[in-house]
Design a protein around this ligand. Structure first.
Ligand SMILES: Cc1ncc(COP(=O)(O)O)c(C=O)c1O
Length: 387
């Protein structure tokens, strides 16, 4: 194993693989995996079939299908009022996962630091390590996952290359408010050497009164922000792995430099299919948010019935519970126990923390499942209720 791979060894087998294996072993209702147990719309599948049948089936241009980049540019303009040149400022990649890797590998030098909020999406620390850089961690303040602004400012130093912001957030369900985004922009003004990377894959799964907004749309931020997102969650097609990165041309050049040697391009016919259906997206995402609202409210009411505390998420499809008040201090043990004894699998959220002891007792439930699956999960959790 070389030194680069060695940097990844401490990350071990992902908690998702462990919990999914346990879930299968115990025939558990699996609320651990962060992907839907249903597919996206038929019209999208039909577009994919057409694209496979008539092509393109050879490599796409490395930056992405030109029509798709054009449609992405229109999407961004419509939703955030920001203009990005499809030729020089938009890159299609193999899911946000590759987008994150391409951005971090393209921008970071050994010795650089990247600030990550805790809880984080698990690929961030791994990709920072792959790039030979150092992650600095800042836990959100519980119970509402608020930013400790003074602590954030203290973490910034001459080596800080970037701050990574995930909104709407996995696993905490936090949606950065306009006020918080404005505060980040003010912070940026005080520290002009720092870049901002936003991961917005849950951009269309947001519950009123929360609203998703792009940090890049804040004054002065477009030129120093890389916006990563994907269609995985928006179209309930996580296996398609079509992601995209918006960034000013000089930063896009860095992203494309690594992207061309990571995957070169994402799957051509699926990019073409996406391009074909992009005009249907505005109507579709409204429906999607409504359906997830129903799932969120159902799952929260089932947790309520089982006497399990929870924080109502503002976005994403995850709910966090702090089970310490139920007498369970260790979230890993709790998750193993409910999988084995009650037949419901969830993710121990301490896996999304690096700071020792942080996140203990937090559990993540994924509610991107059929309503009957959620009801069955809720029923199985009822024994937890204290009479
Ligand atoms: C916050 C976050 N970012 C990125 C990803 C990966 O997205 P993709 O499927 O587009 O690679 C996920 C998937 O769970 C996620 O939750």
């Amino acid at each position: 194993m070389n030194q680069v791979a060695e940097r990844l060894v401490p990350f071990g087998e992902s908690i998702f693989s462990t919990m999914s294996r346990l879930a299968v072993e115990h025939k558990a209702v699996n609320l651990s995996q962060g992907f839907p147990d249903f597919d996206g719309p038929d019209w999208l599948k039909e577009a994919a079939v057409r694209a496979v049948q008539s092509g393109p089936n050879q490599y796409a241009p490395s930056p992405g299908n030109p029509l798709l980049r054009q449609k992405l540019s229109q999407k961004m303009q419509r939703e955030s009022g920001l203009q990005y040149n499809p030729d020089t400022e938009i890159t299609v990649c193999s899911g946000a996962t590759e987008g994150i890797a391409a951005v971090l590998l393209g921008l970071l030098n050994p010795g650089d630091e990247v600030i990550l909020f805790e809880p984080f999406y698990d690929s961030y620390p791994a990709c920072v390590a792959l790039a030979g850089a150092t992650a600095r961690y800042l836990p959100f303040q519980l119970p509402d996952f608020m930013v400790d602004w003074a602590a954030l400012e203290k973490l910034i130093n001459a080596r800080t290359r970037a701050i990574l912001v995930n909104t709407p957030g996995n696993p905490c369900g936090k949606v950065f408010s306009l006020e918080e985004l404005a505060q980040l922009a003010q912070l940026a003004e005080r520290h002009p050497h720092v870049l901002f990377i936003t991961d917005e894959v849950y951009e269309h799964i947001v519950f009123a009164p929360a609203r998703h907004a792009c940090l890049a749309a804040q004054p002065g931020m477009r030129e120093r922000t890389l916006v990563i997102s994907s269609f995985s969650k928006t179209l309930s097609m996580t296996g398609w792995k079509i992601g995209y990165v918006f960034a000013p041309a000089h930063l896009t050049a860095a992203v494309r430099a690594s992207h061309q040697f990571l995957t070169f391009c994402s799957v051509s016919p699926l990019q073409a299919a996406m391009a074909e259906v992009m005009d249907r997206l505005p109507a579709y995402v409204e429906e999607l948010a409504g359906e997830y609202l129903q799932r969120r409210d159902l799952w929260c009411s089932l947790l309520e019935e089982a006497g399990i505390p929870y924080r109502v998420p503002q976005g994403s499809y995850f709910v966090i519970s702090d089970v310490r008040s139920l007498g369970h201090q260790d979230d890993v043990q709790f998750c193993r126990w409910i999988t084995q004894e009650l037949g419901v699998a969830a993710i121990p959220a301490s896996a999304f923390y690096h700071t020792p002891g942080a996140g203990q007792g937090l559990v993540r439930w994924a509610f991107c499942k059929g309503l009957d699956t959620l009801r069955e999960g809720g029923k199985r959790l009822l024994p937890l209720r204290k009479s």
